[in-house]
Design a protein around this ligand. Structure first.
Ligand code: NAD
Ligand code: LMR
Length: 332
């Protein structure tokens, strides 16, 4: 393993990035490796990154390597190992006179960003680069980026770890368990109000949720809608979309990809479907994932899905297919 890792972060002057970037160099996310940061912003904002770099230097991070900032994504991409694509517009704001209510409303605004970035990543990123799309609508942005990259040796993901962490928190309260005793909290489908947080395959204190929870009414009427709508609840309460929890979830995703998954367990992210669980090939869909000892990441394929679960997942797949159709013009 190389002793340093190069990480590109877009949207580096934004809310999420302010929580995210220090954690990349704190010695926990990438262990003992030196972390070289390449921070990217749009031209109007890029100069603000000078202040962030000053703060990073002033924070004493022994694992921090070089830090650069630019508005030239191609330049930033050269030989990068990781791309954390946060840069995009959040919902909850007024854009061109219209309040952005749903993540899918962001499709036409943010989708285009991922064509150019995808092309640059495919050409200039490392052949085994990992890409985590955080900017919404994350699944379809990743779909656009991966298509533009035309580099199948790189690994594209969209973030569902925040939804998984939210679901764990709700289940820990419901069952009076410690959050660390809740494992395999899978988010299937789209990072949107159609996502399916799986209360049947979750493991609580070593027991399957399908046995331990035993309260279908709570699952359908409280648990699932609360996870699906948590992003909106945070926006309503905060007046801005979730930032520190999103940053923590991005870090959790990186760590889950960097370290082998404990046997029998899995983590959540959306990746390109290979047809597993009858999900149409090519869609970027939330799956249960395993990081193998050899560094490969694959779908955990031995889980059972009830008819209820399949129905819910299908709703999310239909939405992903509709989003795919809406961005057809960006697929070259
Ligand atoms: P923010 O507005 O605070 O920051 C976004 C930053 O991105 C801005 O500084 C902007 O200048 C920059 N940017 C825009 N276009 C860019 C480009 N082409 N290249 C580089 N930078 C660019 O927003 P935020 O709160 O940090 O949220 C960022 C995104 O993350 C939003 O789309 C939000 O909806 C999404 N989000 C996703 C999740 C998730 O779970 N997947 C969670 C929270 C937020
Ligand atoms: C979230 O889930 O918090 C983010 O996707 C932001 C949003 O728009 O909900």
């Amino acid at each position: 393993m190389s002793s340093s890792v190069k990480v590109v972060v877009t949207g580096a002057a934004g809310q999420i990035a302010y929580s995210l970037i220090p954690r990349l160099v704190d010695g926990k996310t990438f262990g003992n490796r030196k972390v070289d940061l390449s921070l990217v912003e749009i031209p109007q904002v890029v100069s603000k990154l000078e202040g962030l770099v000053m703060e990073l230097e002033d924070s004493y991070f022994p694992n921090m390597g070089t830090v650069s900032y630019t508005d030239d994504f191609k330049e930033a991409s050269k030989d990068a190992d990781w791309f954390l694509l946060v840069g995009s517009i959040p919902r909850g704001i007024v854009y061109n006179g219209k309040k952005i209510e749903e993540r899918s409303d962001l499709l036409s605004i943010n989708g285009g960003i991922f064509v150019d970035q995808g092309q640059a990543i495919g050409s200039y990123g490392k052949m085994d680069a990992k890409i985590l799309v955080v900017g919404n609508p994350a699944n379809t942005n990743a779909f656009i980026g991966k298509n533009a990259a035309k580099n199948n040796s790189q690994f594209w993901m969209a973030m569902t770890m925040l939804d998984s962490n939210r679901a764990k928190s709700i289940i820990s309260k419901k069952t009076n368990s410690n959050i660390s005793d809740i494992k395999n909290m899978i988010i299937w489908g789209n990072h949107s109000p159609t996502m399916y947080p799986d209360a049947e395959n979750v493991i609580i204190n070593g027991s399957l949720g399908s046995i331990f929870l035993n309260d279908q009414c709570w699952i359908e009427e409280s648990f699932i809608p609360s996870v699906q709508q948590r992003g909106k609840a945070v926006i309503d309460a905060r007046g801005a979309s979730s930032a520190t929890s999103a940053a923590k979830a991005a870090i959790d995703t990186v760590i889950a990809c960097e370290q082998p998954t404990e046997s029998g367990f899995c983590f959540s992210a959306a990746i390109t479907s290979d047809g597993s669980y009858d999900i149409p090939e090519g869609l970027i869909c939330g799956f249960p994932l395993i990081r193998l000892d050899n560094g490969a990441i694959e779908i955990k394929r031995d889980l059972s899905l009830s008819e209820f679960a399949k129905e819910k997942i299908n709703l999310s797949i239909e939405e992903l297919l509709a989003e795919k159709e809406a961005v057809e013009h960006l697929m070259k």
